[in-house]
Design a protein around this ligand. Structure first.
Ligand SMILES: NC(=O)c1ccc[n+]([C@@H]2O[C@H](COP(=O)([O-])OP(=O)(O)OC[C@H]3O[C@@H](n4cnc5c(N)ncnc54)[C@H](OP(=O)(O)O)[C@@H]3O)[C@@H](O)[C@H]2O)c1
Length: 331
């Protein structure tokens, strides 16, 4: 019997984009709780860069990628929410979505509504579920009400453009930051009420000006090292610093004592994988995402496409801040 194989992108060691190698891997049958899926498109995420570089260390060798969409080809014992032939999409551990087909846990794989294309599904699951848990579940005391100010860094990126639109739909006044005037214009066109080019403007001074000195209720910060200190000072008393990434490098250790004088502010570091730990929570969050995308309230902007074999260039462009919105790898 001939073995089923798949093209896949694997790293043998942590390092730069050159470590991403195209290989052929054998794909078997799904075990209990697993499915085999044939991808139609694969999503690119900044976490893939952290996993490749070793900022988030992994056992090696390792196939990369956390997001994709395709068709279910085989279903293992005990999987009841998916059937062979279903269109599906996911953001999921373990890494390994950079491939044509794979066997994987079914828990985080969701049926993809017919109205949503494979490319959109591949682009939006990890980033859209992240925007969902940030804006709906990562909240200051008393929650967020329409009219409240929030600051969202890297607002023209993959998660950023989704968050701009979703925040507007929720009635929030989102102040976005981005690294160029073109990116600021994109954030504004997608629902940010204000945009600050933090490569040339002092975002703390601008936030104080926009909010008449009051500060924002939440800072959603995925930039990390470069934005951390000033972001804390953008907060209103009892505000929430929601750290969820480190595109510029990890945040340095700090003493909790600094949080009192800044207004008894709160700090949290969130990861999607806690929120999608169960099938039920994954599906509830995905249903919310599917609803805002299907209704057109949130549009998924796929601004870059690269063939799977050009994944090195995709990583270079993402790290060099050359991308906007979402990026997919095509098969
Ligand atoms: N914790 C979670 O659950 C979770 C889930 C998903 C994503 N994330 C994080 O959210 C962020 C956005 O993810 P994404 O995939 O949508 O990526 P992205 O926003 O499309 O790309 C990252 C952006 O970060 C900005 N940035 C600022 N300083 C940078 C630097 N020194 N090097 C590179 N980029 C820099 C750039 O925008 P400007 O040029 O406009 O500054 C860049 O385009 C990432 O930090 C990611 O790790 C976290």
């Amino acid at each position: 019997m001939t073995q089923m194989t798949s093209r896949a992108i694997r790293i043998e060691q942590h390092g730069g984009p050159e470590e991403l190698q195209l290989v052929s891997v054998v794909v078997g049958e799904p075990g209990p709780g697993e499915i085999r899926i044939r991808h139609h498109a694969v999503g690119l995420n900044f976490i893939d860069v952290y996993q490749r570089s070793g900022l988030y260390p992994m056992n090696l060798p390792q196939q990369l990628g956390m997001e994709a969409a395709g068709v279910v080809e085989a279903v293992g014992e005990g999987v009841t929410h998916l059937q062979v032939g279903d269109r599906a999409a996911y953001a999921s551990q373990p890494p390994g979505s950079y491939c044509e087909r794979r066997v994987m846990p079914a828990k985080c794989v969701c049926k993809l509504p017919d109205a949503i294309s494979f490319e959109t599904g591949a682009a939006m699951m990890l980033k859209g579920l992240t925007a969902q848990y940030l804006l709906k579940r990562t909240l200051p005391q008393g929650g967020l009400q329409p009219g409240d100010f929030v600051l969202f860094h890297a607002a023209a990126g993959g998660v950023g453009l989704i968050a701009c639109q979703w925040a507007k739909a929720l009635g929030l006044r989102l102040i976005g930051t981005a690294g160029s005037d073109e990116k600021c214009a994109l954030a504004l066109a997608n629902g940010a009420e204000f945009a600050i080019n933090y490569s040339k403007e002092d975002f703390l001074a601008k936030v104080k000006e926009i909010t008449a000195g009051q500060g924002v209720k939440v800072v959603y910060d995925s930039v990390g090292k470069d934005t951390w200190d000033k972001s804390l000072d953008c907060l209103a008393p009892f505000g929430l610093m929601a750290s969820f990434g480190n595109a510029s490098g990890p945040v340095a250790p700090f003493a909790p004592g600094i949080l009192g004088p800044k207004g008894s502010i709160y700090v949290t570091r969130q990861t999607l994988f806690t929120h999608i730990a169960t099938r039920e929570s994954t599906q509830a969050m995905a249903d919310d995402l599917f609803a805002v995308v299907s209704s057109g309230q949130v549009k998924i902007h796929i601004a870059q496409r690269y063939p799977l074999e050009d994944v090195q260039q995709a990583h270079r462009d993402l790290e060099a801040r050359k991308t906007t919105g979402c990026t997919v790898l095509t098969l």
